[in-house]
Every structure is written in structure tokens, then in C-alpha cells.
Design a protein around this ligand. Structure first.
Ligand code: DGJ
Length: 340
């Protein structure tokens, strides 16, 4: 009997320590980022929303061993932006539209909005693939958004439909929620050589009105509202390869938008990352704006990393500092480097 008690105690202490060891205190840009189970976080091209005190991070699920007939959107939850618990694949689907030919279809850059009127969670995603008449099966000429809906932040999300927002070809999408809660979709439109910022319908199931069109061939569109300015960041059209991401500013979302300038030394190619969104942490003592970038590994996508860094921002300037491990206290809103 004593032996059993001893074993039980040893087991509890071991798991206590194991759990403790998994608790992280910092964000390490470009490193493997373990979730609370110790697995590298799979939420690429992602989006984040905050519901009460919990952040939900959705993204492309690209772990090894997935069923190749499906595409998946993962969901992680965190209260501190550093430690993330995997909540499962919130959305999973076989090819949602017969107009896409073959198996080489993609679901990219999922974003979830919470609609407080309908109490539904609405997911937008970029759906693409070669369609009839495409020159190659990898062609991204479906160019639509897909919409799925759920009662809970963690899903399951049910597919509703796909469409071209404002009737336009739409590839990379971005999410922007303004300080007053209004929800916008950012989408890149290749034929128009630029990206749109458009407001959503009351139920969020449609893209309703063009708010701005920024004529600059950029994707990975991300926007933040800081003090009295809007900042829009985007990446050049270089596929999975990094390039110098750029920022433009405007006094209001509808513009007028300034010229685009680099957000980091051009030769670093955004330190090897590509913009996906901003998270603004408004704490009791400070406001921190975090740049969320993807560090893609096209041949080993499951190993793609994240470059999250607080930016220097204000008075029309936005600059991404050299990535180094850092930490944040979401209550105060303050951040600092791990090793000063
Ligand atoms: C760049 C985009 O930003 C990614 O989301 C993905 O679509 C790749 N291009 C595909 O080449």
C-alpha cells in the first residue's frame, strides 16, 4: 500500500514539474514556439481576437500527418499572449467548392470575428486553387473568401458559403477591428493592383462597403489604429519568400493614405518574416502594438515560425526593432526585452 502512495506522489510531483516546466515567460521570435502540450504552435497566417480576458489565435493548421483531403484551421487560447493552449481544429473541410479543380486547393489566412448582436463567431478564410481553364493546378484563380460560423470561439465552425468581396478577386485577407468595435476585412485584389479595406454587414456574413482602396501591389495586409492615426502594413508579392514590408499612414481609415516606407532595414527583408496582423494591448499603464509576422518554410510548412515583436509607433512612424526575446504583461500593457 505504501508503495502505491509513494508512486502516486511521485507521479503527481513529476506532472506538477512537467506542467511547470512548460509555462513560458517570454516570446522568442523565429524559434519553435511550444503550446501548453509542448507541440510547436500551428496557427500560420493567423488572426487573433480577445473575448473577455482570453485571446484566441486562429491560423492555418499545418502539422504533419494531416488527411490531405482536408484543410484545417486551428484554435489556441491564452490569457497572457505567451502561453497558448491548443483548443483543437476549429474548422475542418474537404474542398468546399466544385469550381476548384483537383486536389491542390488552399485555405489560407483564416480570421475570426465575434458578432455581439448575433452572438456568433464568424470565420473568414482565403479559398483558392486552380479552376477550369487554369494554366496550372497551382494557379490561385478561384480568388474568393470563404465564410464559416460557430456559436463558440473554439468551434466547430460550419461552412456557409464563398464569394468575391465587392465582386473582386480576393487573395490574402487581413482583419481589422477598430477601437469602436467596427469590423473590417482587408483583401488584396491583383487585377486592381492594391488592397481594399471594406466594412462587414451587420451579421458579418457579407462584405458590405468599400472604405478605402490602397493602390499598391501589397499582400499580407495588416492595420492598426494608434492614437490619432491608422497604420497599414503590407508585403510585396514574392510568394513564400520574405521581402521588405512597408507601412502607410492615414488620419482616417478612408484616407488619404501616405506613400509606403520600409518598416525595417530593407536588407533584412523584415527579418525574414511576412506581415499577418497587429495586436494592440491596451493595459493600465501602457499600450503596446505587436507586429505578428509569419516566417514561412515553404518546403516544411509545419516548421514555419512566427516573428512577433512590439513596434516603435507614433506620430506617423512605425518601426520593427531587431527581433530579440521579449516579454509582456497584458495587465499593465508593458513589455521589455528578456535580457536588457
Ligand atoms: C504569399 C501569401 O501571403 C501567403 O499567404 C501565401 O498565399 C503565399 N503567398 C503562397 O505563395
Amino acid at each position: 500500500m505504501k508503495k502505491i502512495y509513494f508512486l502516486l506522489l511521485a507521479f503527481t510531483v513529476f506532472w506538477g514539474f512537467a506542467g511547470f516546466a512548460q509555462k513560458q515567460t517570454a516570446i522568442y521570435p523565429k524559434e519553435v514556439w511550444p503550446d501548453s502540450d509542448g507541440n510547436h504552435i500551428q496557427a500560420h497566417g493567423g488572426g487573433i481576437i480577445k473575448i473577455k480576458k482570453t485571446y484566441y489565435w486562429y491560423g492555418e493548421q499545418r502539422r504533419q500527418g494531416l488527411d490531405s483531403n482536408y484543410r484545417y484551421v486551428s484554435c489556441y487560447a491564452s490569457k497572457d499572449l505567451i502561453n497558448w493552449e491548443f483548443k483543437g481544429d476549429a474548422f475542418k473541410s474537404t474542398k468546399p467548392d466544385t469550381a476548384i479543380k483537383g486536389h491542390r486547393w488552399v485555405l489560407e489566412r483564416p480570421k475570426v470575428y465575434y458578432n455581439s448582436k448575433t452572438k456568433k463567431y464568424v470565420m473568414y478564410m482565403h479559398l483558392d486553387g486552380g479552376i477550369r481553364g487554369s494554366k496550372n493546378p497551382y494557379a490561385y484563380d478561384f480568388a474568393r473568401v470563404g465564410v464559416a460560423i460557430s456559436d463558440k470561439p473554439t468551434g466547430p465552425f460550419n461552412y456557409v458559403k464563398s464569394f468575391r468581396p465587392l465582386g473582386k478577386e480576393s487573395r490574402d485577407i487581413g482583419q481589422f477591428i477598430d477601437d469602436d468595435g467596427s469590423a473590417y476585412l482587408i483583401f488584396e485584389s491583383r487585377p486592381d493592383k492594391g488592397f481594399y479595406i471594406a466594412s462587414l454587414s451587420e451579421d458579418y456574413l457579407n462584405v458590405e462597403k468599400e472604405v478605402a482602396f490602397i493602390k499598391s501591389p501589397l499582400e499580407g495586409g495588416a492595420i492598426v489604429h494608434y492614437e490619432n492615426k491608422y497604420y497599414a502594413v503590407g508585403s510585396a508579392l514574392t510568394g513564400w519568400n520574405p521581402n521588405p514590408n512597408k507601412v502607410a499612414t492615414a488620419p482616417s481609415l478612408s484616407g488619404p493614405w501616405s506613400e509606403f516606407v520600409d518598416i525595417a532595414p530593407a536588407e533584412t527583408k523584415t527579418y525574414g518574416s511576412q506581415s499577418t496582423m497587429f495586436v494592440k494591448v491596451v493595459g493600465k499603464k501602457a499600450t503596446t502594438v505587436i507586429f505578428l509576422g509569419d516566417v514561412w518554410k515553404p518546403r516544411t510548412q509545419w516548421d514555419s515560425r512566427y516573428l512577433w515583436m512590439p513596434v516603435e509607433i507614433g506620430e506617423g512612424k512605425l518601426w520593427l526593432p531587431e527581433p530579440k526575446p521579449w516579454t509582456i504583461d497584458v495587465k499593465s500593457g508593458r513589455w521589455n526585452y528578456l535580457n536588457k
